[in-house]
Design a protein around this ligand. Structure first.
Ligand SMILES: [Zn+2]
Length: 127
């Protein structure tokens, strides 16, 4: 399963970054995923939940996936256009010679973490 491998790598990166920042645990991970990676959003969610279940550092964490539609530039006429995985001809001149500009992304766009309480000075005692 392609997505399990992707999520394993993503969660390792997230955990390393969060621990370096001194976080107690991860609350939310936002991911930009290009359609051309052929990763399926539901499968990514499933892989994330399966991996989070076995890692207390991700207990209760959520995953937000933003799918990026492919965009290419025609090397023949210079036209830029969006398309899907299956339609890859220039709509202006019909050329199949394209350079992919967007759609192969696989990047962590943001991480929300739970920081230790001692960093909050206005956490005053009430009686
Ligand atoms: Zn063209």
């Amino acid at each position: 399963m392609h997505e399990l491998g992707i999520m394993t790598g993503v969660m390792e990166s997230v955990e390393t970054a969060a621990r370096d920042a001194g976080a107690d645990r991860v609350l939310k991970v936002s991911l930009d995923v290009g359609v051309m990676t052929e990763a399926i959003e539901d499968a990514l969610q499933f892989a994330f939940e399966a991996l989070a279940e076995n890692n207390p550092y991700f207990e209760g964490a959520t995953l937000e996936v933003t799918m990026i539609q492919p965009k290419s530039i025609c090397t023949q006429c210079g036209h830029e256009f969006s398309h899907d995985r299956f339609h890859m001809l220039c709509p202006e001149c019909g050329s199949p010679f394209l350079q992919l500009l967007e759609g192969k992304e696989l990047q962590i766009s943001s991480i929300e973490v739970d920081m230790p309480d001692e960093d909050e000075p206005d956490n005053s005692d009430k009686e």
